[in-house]
Write a protein that binds this ligand. Structure first.
Ligand code: NDP
Ligand code: GDR
Length: 363
């Protein structure tokens, strides 16, 4: 029997990798896409099949997590075995600008999915994955476990409207699991990136700028807090864990992380080093800059001493999460999950992809 999956957020970074993975596994994949005035399906266009052909395993439905009527209708029509609720306004900084919207989509949107499954009498058939996040922890030092990591038992202390909305999503998922015996679980995923990462998240912003600066197409990269530390993995590895969570005997919550943390400044260093460019950082806080000290790649005509990174306080957040590092031991043992990528490989893949795009004037 072909399994049927429904993915909200299918047009996003994770949705696109997850759709590929499920299609490879033989699933029939349905996705919710939002109506937009310009195309928003670039990440999944390669999966699209004309619905007039036979044996179509991939179908998109117009919808929005703010609209219960439409969520109920889609779930009724699709009768999914598995729902992956990845749809969200996922940018932490932007959540300070539109906090009510984020609460509606990221918080109540999760409730709408769970409630639709319950109303439609699908609680015994449909398994639900909720995209929870390391932002729930808020980076409070005292809440780390004795090994110095955040794990499934660490207390939460969200530091943004995004984190606060996602904490509702976390608890309502857990509550529906306990109240109605639903198979619903939270993946508490730490940051994960890829060449498909949205262009305003820090890693992608850095790799795009690195490529364009190396090619002489951009002058300088403006960033916010260079001291922030994140546990960065590759999205391709992380969608494997989402799937594995829905294949267990019993629904449980899992932390997915690499167990290593790196600061934004070092990510910048690594990205430029991929192009053979060595940087020196000087100054501090709002005056910090990075200048080129060595360029040993003859393809790039970059001037030694050129300032390529500056600080723009516009990118600071009203409340910041200083450091995140996750303990993936439960996922390692129970899901047999281990990432294939390390940070070096991730940076290399992102810079290589952005160099190609910059050369083709695609970014
Ligand atoms: P993206 O921002 O790349 O994708 C978000 C997706 O949600 C897009 O498809 C977007 O559609 C869709 N969406 C936004 N608003 C709505 C709405 N109102 N109704 C329906 N769909 C909507 O995020 P990622 O792929 O990186 O992340 C996937 C999920 O995982 C998100 O919930 C995120 O919060 C969470 N997460 C991500 C982590 C990461 O490091 N990437 C870490 C932990 C959790 P459109 O394309 O039209 O904008
Ligand atoms: P984050 O990712 O907030 O961790 O949320 P982001 O890449 O936006 O920021 C990471 C850290 O970098 C610092 N930073 C900057 N960030 C951005 N975006 N732009 C800048 O110019 C910049 N300069 C420094 C930030 O202050 C922050 O400390 C991501 C999202 O995918 C969430 O949806 C997800 O839940 C979490 O990861 C886990």
């Amino acid at each position: 029997m072909t399994k049927v999956a429904l993915i909200t957020g299918i047009t996003g970074q994770d949705g696109s990798y997850l759709a590929e993975l499920l299609l490879e596994k033989g699933y029939e994949v349905h996705g919710v896409k939002r109506r937009a005035s310009s195309f928003n399906t670039q990440r999944i266009d390669h999966l699209y099949v004309d619905l007039h052909e036979n044996n179509v395993h991939f179908k998109l439905h117009y919808g929005d997590l703010t609209d219960s009527t439409n969520i109920i209708r889609i779930i009724q029509e699709v009768q999914p075995d598995e729902i992956y609720n990845l749809g969200a306004m996922s940018h932490v900084k932007v959540s300070f600008d539109s906090p009510e919207y984020v609460a509606n989509v990221d918080g109540i949107g999760t409730l709408r999915i769970l409630e639709a499954v319950r109303i439609l009498g699908l609680t015994h058939k449909t398994r639900i994955y909720q995209a929870s996040t390391s932002e729930l922890y808020g980076g409070l030092e005292e809440n780390k476990n004795e090994k110095g990591f955040y794990d499934e038992n660490s207390p939460f202390y969200p530091r943004s409207p995004y984190g606060v909305a996602k904490i509702y999503g976390f608890w309502i998922t857990k509550n529906y699991r306990e109240a109605y015996n639903m198979y619903a679980c939270n993946g508490i995923l730490f940051n994960h990136e890829s060449p498909r990462r949205g262009e305003t998240f820090v890693t992608r912003k850095i790799t795009m700028a690195t490529a364009k600066i190396a090619l002489g197409k951009q002058d300088c990269l403006y960033l916010g807090n260079l001291n922030a530390q994140r546990d960065w993995g590759h999205a391709k590895d992380y969608v494997e864990a989402m799937w594995a969570m829905l294949q267990q005997e019993k629904a449980e919550d899992f932390v997915i992380a690499t167990g290593k943390t790196t600061c934004v400044r070092d990510f910048v260093r690594m990205a430029f080093a991929e192009c053979g460019i060595e940087l020196a950082f000087s100054g501090n806080a709002e005056n910090e800059i990075a200048t080129v000290v060595v360029c040993n790649n003859p393809e790039f005509q970059i001037e030694i001493g050129k300032t390529v990174v500056k600080i723009d306080p516009e990118y600071y957040r009203p409340t910041e999460v200083d450091l995140l590092i996750g303990d993936p031991v439960k996922a390692n043992t129970k899901l047999n999950w281990k990432p294939k990528y390390d940070l070096g490989l991730l940076v290399k893949e992102m810079v290589t992809s952005d160099l190609k795009k910059a050369l083709n004037n695609e970014i």
